[in-house]
Design a protein around this ligand. Structure first.
Ligand SMILES: O=C(O)CCC(=O)C(=O)O
Ligand SMILES: [Fe+2]
Length: 313
């Protein structure tokens, strides 16, 4: 919805009918995904693995969650900073989110649900598990494509098994007045990979390498696939985590489901294949969860590029 001169994020069809692992177009598509990530750090994926019923049920479940009293939502306290409850922050008054850790497992979803609804809410827990599992399938496809493109399939094997998923239902109140209002401050994600899905209302903006902001316009059957800082370090900086923010207009409240893939209990090392004369080693081995802890320390918050301060060579 920006002006016509504005650059646009690449849109790549990852729906089941368009993917055929045995055709030569598969290799081309893998390269298309990797090139889009190298250029923008993110792209829009068309993906049919989440039915419209499941999508509607999950957005409805997230509205139900935000309608709970603040003191109940505040019970969601997590060891990892910013995975718990965030709301009523003076710098971003429109923003509210709750993180559901290990959401793709029955135990993860049920323990969160029990905390929010002690007398139970089966439909909430079922929706978020089913939704997350469907988006995890998208993560598997995207990762398969990138590692194929770089020839680092084997290096990814152990990382795959250590991947955790956090679902972060997010709500932005509509802006008051005619001016655009900040929904979420500019940042890069601390995750390995992020999958964003929105309910009708746009607001996400991505900063290009030239410092221009792109307003991201995407439909209900698509996802924004975005590299996090941990992924940038793993790929030796070939794919950079993009700076992004949210700007709200007065139209409507905005609901987003963000699924964040991170790597737990595994030291991430740059694959040898991504280090050569033109690409000297940029990052030391690191732990994704310890990096998330570091980011919220005084040193981490102040750093111009936290991942480079944490484990840059
Ligand atoms: O609301 C969005 O579209 C983006 C949210 C986001 O950047 C985040 O939660 O890290
Ligand atoms: Fe983000």
């Amino acid at each position: 919805m920006g002006s016509s001169t504005q650059p646009k994020l690449p849109v790549i069809d990852l729906s089941s009918k368009s993917l055929n692992l045995n055709s030569s177009s598969w290799v081309t598509k893998c390269d298309e995904v990797t090139r889009a990530l190298e250029e923008y750090g993110c792209f829009i994926a068309l993906y049919d693995g989440v039915s419209s019923e499941l999508r509607d049920a999950t957005f409805l479940a997230s509205q139900e969650l935000f309608n709970l009293p603040t003191e109940v939502k505040a019970l969601n306290i997590t060891k990892t900073p910013y995975n718990g409850y965030i709301g009523q922050q003076p710098m971003v008054p429109l923003y509210e989110s709750l993180g559901i850790e290990d959401v793709n497992t029955k135990e993860g979803a049920e323990s969160f649900t029990k905390l929010m609804w002690p007398s139970g809410n089966q439909s909430f827990s079922e929706s978020v598990v089913m939704y997350s599992k469907a988006v995890v399938e998208l993560d598997k496809i995207v990762m398969k494509m990138i590692v194929k493109s770089y020839g680092i399939e084997e290096n990814y094997e152990s990382i795959r098994g250590s991947t955790t998923y956090l679902l972060k239902p997010t709500k932005y109140l509509r802006a008051q007045g005619d001016e655009k209002m900040l929904g979420l401050r500019e940042h890069t994600d601390k995750s390995f990979m992020t999958y964003l899905h929105q309910d009708e209302v746009n607001g996400l903006e991505i900063k290009t390498k030239d410092g221009e902001w792109i307003e991201v316009d995407y439909t209900s059957s698509s996802f924004v696939v975005m590299a996090g800082d941990a992924f940038m370090a793993w790929t030796n900086g070939r794919i950079e985590s993009p700076t992004h923010r949210v700007m709200m207009t007065a139209d409507k409240d905005r609901y987003v489901l963000g699924l964040f893939a991170s790597i737990r209990d595994h030291i991430i090392e740059v694959p040898q294949q991504l280090v050569d004369e033109n690409h000297p080693l940029q990052f030391r081995p690191f732990d994704n969860y310890k990096y998330m802890q570091f980011y919220y320390t005084e040193e981490g918050v102040k750093a111009e590029c936290a991942i480079r301060t944490y484990c840059g060579v």
